[in-house]
Write a protein that binds this ligand. Structure first.
Ligand SMILES: [Zn+2]
Length: 384
C-alpha cells in the first residue's frame, strides 16, 4: 500500500513537472488509486503522455525565427504588366487584388510611380489615373520613379533631373487633390544612381531641395522575369504553367531573402531592416500572399519605408557608380571591398524551374554585365 502511495506521489510530481492537465491522465490516476494492477497501466499511460508532452514541449521550444523587419515597395505603378497596357478594366482588377492582399497582411507599402504611364501624351488620362488613384484611396504611400523610367547611366544629368521633376509635378498634384502630403521618396529606375560622384551629388541635392529622399533597395531580384513569363502564360490561359511559375517564384524569393540576410550579416554582423523591391504586376496580385506568408515565417514584420530607414546601416557610404543595378547591400560590399559580402551576393539561380525563361535570364544577365548602355534595345523584359 505504501508502495502504491509512493508511486501515486511520484506520478503526481511527474505530471506537475510536465505541466500536463489532461482528462486522460486524471482518469488514469484515479484508476491508479483503485488498484495496483490498474496503476501499472497508469504508469504506461503516463509514460506515453509524458512522451507526447515532451514532444510538444520540444516543438514549442524550437528556435523561433529572429525578429526581422522589412519594408515592401512596388515599382512601375500604375501597373507593370505590359500585357495589360491597353486594358484599363483588367489593370483596375489586378490593382484591386494586389491592394486587397496588402490590406489582408497589413502591409504598409509604397508604390513608385512612372507618371508617364498615366499621362503618356502630356495631360493626365483619367482612365489611367484611376488605376493609380486606387493606391491612393487604399492609403498606401506613393513615391516618384521618374516620368518616363529614364536610365541615369544612359542620359545627361539635365535630362534625367528634368524627367524626375516632370514626374514629381504630376504625382504632387494628385496627392494634393487627395489631401495627402507631397511625395518624399524617389526610386532610381534600373537602380542606376549616376555614373560618378559629381552627377550623383548634384541630382540628389536637387531631390533634397524638393523634399525628397532616395529610396534604397536591399532585396533585389529577377522577380520581373517570373512576372513576364506569368503574363505570357496567362495570355494563353495556361493555368498549369502559371501554377508552376508561381511555385518557382515563391521558392526563388525565399532564396533571395536568405541571400540578403547573409549579405547583411557579412557586412554589419547583424540583420538590418530590409527593403524589398517588387513590381505592381499580375504575378504579385495573384501570389503576393504566399510571399507575405513566407516573410512572416522568417520572422519579418512589415514596416513603412521610413521605419526601415531608421536603421543606421542606411547611413553607410555608397561609392558604387558601375553599370549593375545592384542592391544597396551589393553597393556597400563594393564600397568596403568586403569580399565575404560579395561572395554572399552570389547569383540565386532557380530559373531552370521555368525553362523557357532560362534563356531569357541568361541573355539578360549578359546584357546587364556587358551591354548595359544598350539595355533597353537588347533586353526588352528588363524593367526593374
Ligand atoms: Zn522601374
Amino acid at each position: 500500500m505504501r508502495l502504491r502511495s509512493l508511486q501515486v506521489k511520484i506520478l503526481l510530481r511527474a505530471i506537475s513537472a510536465a505541466q500536463l492537465n489532461s482528462d486522460r491522465l486524471a482518469d488514469a490516476l484515479m484508476a491508479g488509486r483503485r488498484s495496483y494492477r490498474t496503476l501499472m497501466k497508469t504508469t504506461v499511460a503516463l509514460l506515453a503522455a509524458l512522451t507526447v508532452a515532451g514532444t510538444a514541449r520540444a516543438q514549442s521550444t524550437a528556435p523561433a525565427p529572429p525578429a526581422r523587419e522589412i519594408a515592401v515597395t512596388f515599382d512601375d505603378l500604375p501597373i507593370a504588366s505590359h500585357a495589360l497596357e491597353n486594358d484599363i478594366a483588367a489593370q483596375k482588377a489586378v490593382t484591386a487584388r494586389l491592394l486587397d492582399i496588402l490590406a489582408a497582411f497589413h502591409v504598409p507599402a509604397i508604390g513608385f510611380v512612372n507618371a508617364g504611364r498615366f499621362a503618356p501624351h502630356g495631360p493626365m488620362e483619367p482612365d489611367r489615373v484611376a488605376v493609380l488613384q486606387q493606391w491612393i484611396d487604399a492609403g498606401q504611400a506613393i513615391g516618384n520613379h521618374s516620368y518616363s523610367h529614364l536610365d541615369f547611366h544612359g542620359t545627361t544629368l539635365a535630362r534625367y533631373a528634368g524627367d524626375a521633376e516632370h514626374g514629381d509635378s504630376l504625382i504632387r498634384a494628385l496627392l494634393l487633390a487627395a489631401h495627402r502630403p507631397p511625395p518624399v521618396w524617389f526610386r532610381h529606375p534600373f537602380l542606376h544612381t549616376g555614373r560618378d560622384s559629381a552627377a550623383r551629388a548634384r541630382f540628389e541635392r536637387g531631390l533634397a531641395e524638393r523634399g525628397y529622399r532616395v529610396a534604397p533597395v536591399t532585396v533585389n531580384s529577377d522577380e520581373y522575369l517570373y512576372a513576364a513569363r506569368y503574363d505570357r502564360l496567362a495570355a494563353r490561359h495556361e493555368s498549369d504553367g502559371m501554377r508552376t511559375v508561381a511555385a518557382a517564384y515563391v521558392d526563388y524569393m525565399t532564396q533571395v531573402l536568405a541571400r540578403s540576410e547573409r549579405q547583411s550579416n557579412a557586412l554589419f554582423g547583424r540583420e538590418i531592416k530590409q527593403i524589398l523591391l517588387l513590381h505592381a504586376n499580375v504575378l504579385n496580385a495573384d501570389h503576393f500572399g504566399e510571399i507575405a506568408r513566407m516573410l512572416q515565417a522568417r520572422g519579418y514584420r512589415f514596416v513603412p519605408i521610413e521605419r526601415a530607414m531608421e536603421d543606421p546601416a542606411y547611413r553607410t557610404p555608397d561609392r558604387y557608380y558601375g553599370p549593375d543595378g545592384l542592391s544597396w547591400l551589393g553597393r556597400w560590399a563594393r564600397t568596403r571591398h568586403n569580399s565575404s559580402a560579395r561572395r554572399q551576393a552570389g547569383h540565386v539561380n532557380t530559373l531552370e524551374a521555368i525553362s523557357p525563361a532560362t534563356r531569357i535570364a541568361a541573355r539578360i544577365g549578359r546584357c546587364r554585365r556587358r551591354h548595359w548602355r544598350h539595355l533597353r534595345r537588347h533586353c526588352h523584359d528588363r524593367d526593374p
